[in-house]
Unconditional design. Sequence first.
Length: 422
Amino acid sequence: MSSTTTAGDVEDFRLEARVWIQANLEPRAETVNVGRLEGETTTHEEFDKARALQRKLFEGGFAGLSYPVEYGGRGLTALHERIFREEAAGYVTPDFGAAGAVTFGAIGRSLLAHCPPEFLEQHIPRILSGEEMWCQFYSEPEAGSDLAGIRTRAIRDGDRWIITGSKIWSSGAYLADWAMCLARTDWHAPKHRGLTWFALPTDAKGVTINQIKQINGNAEFCEEFLDEVEVADDHIIGEVNKGWAVTQTMLVYERGAGEMGAATVEPRELAPDLVELAKRVGRTEDPAARQAIAKAHINDYSQYHLGHRIAARLAKSKTPDPAVAAYGKLASGVLAPIRARLGMEVGGPAALTWTSAEEGAGQTALNYLNGRVTSIAAGTNEMQRNGIGERVLGLPREPSFDTNKPFSDVLNSARNWESKVG
Ligand SMILES: Cc1cc2nc3c(=O)[nH]c(=O)nc-3n(C[C@H](O)[C@H](O)[C@H](O)COP(=O)(O)OP(=O)(O)OC[C@H]3O[C@@H](n4cnc5c(N)ncnc54)[C@H](O)[C@@H]3O)c2cc1C
């Protein structure tokens, strides 16, 4: 709770939210597996429905609760966001698939931190009303964990920039209106110091977006080819060649800063999805299944409360601390795969095969396939461990061959080395 927010304010807000939600949102169907199956890909029609619902929230004053008032938000706190989520848990809320979390979380917050008021006045109200949805173009086929090693280039040409390169793993790009795109603008600077972020309309000339179908059947990930895409100077996010500062902000929010733990409702019941599953497969009395359900509940409880402790620590600092966010990211990257595996233990063979007539029966297998998501997305578990080791515990840094060298020299040395060994 912020110093100016009182318990009375919070309870008044809860009541206000409850009344509005009951009057304006539809109750969700009574099912444990609420929302979409993880393997389903969001369609353009579903996306448009989500936009319409988001508009309703915006007009009702319940979009962007913790965003500044001057850009269409309510200027409230993360706690108010959580209360709204708790009150709305049994109702249909906008489902933008992967694009929702990145737009309202990592991207919106990064724009607020690094863009001038004119840019924010133009974009943030449109974001909060669902008119403008965004995606992130940062990973490349040869730069994921080593993000500062990206090779997409932006060359200045008068008051515009020409961007050429390729990106991959962009969640929801096929639905998004805009992308936050990372490009190299100085090849002679060390790799972290020659980077710049651009705001790129996804329908700009020269942008090709292809969906990638994954093992879980989902095709929300995309790859992009950027072929001499023109971007105006005033579409720079942050400062030229200082994009690493924006990257750090974005990754902190993507790793759950201020949101982590607040995203889920406190698990008051024993792993309801697995209890339901145990009933379906006739294992409610099986000690092994009961043990797995108990472990899942402990897992849910740990994720929720750890998330809240970390969110509270992050809320104390003016700018969220990447090292603290890394703990939350690592915790969910470790606990989520275990939770997904427990589902398979309870479901047994029935979780591996099912018929299309058995509604929701594939969810356990899909959860399992998706169980690795948090251990990779926005930085792998290993990268969080490296960060904690070096920046929190003060352990020796990893050996590096490219620190303080011009990036062009790093690439040339790598090419020479490859030709020698090849
Ligand atoms: C669900 C999901 C959503 C995503 N959304 C987006 C998006 O919207 N936009 C976007 O641009 N990208 C997105 N990504 C990409 C994501 O950021 C990268 O997958 C991630 O940074 C890892 O990079 P990589 O896949 O290239 O793996 P690599 O970097 O190739 O890593 C491979 C393995 O090597 C390990 N490793 C690498 N370097 C080190 C090191 N120094 N020390 C120890 N171990 C190391 C890694 O931990 C990993 O196990 C998404 C990924 C996922 C899974």
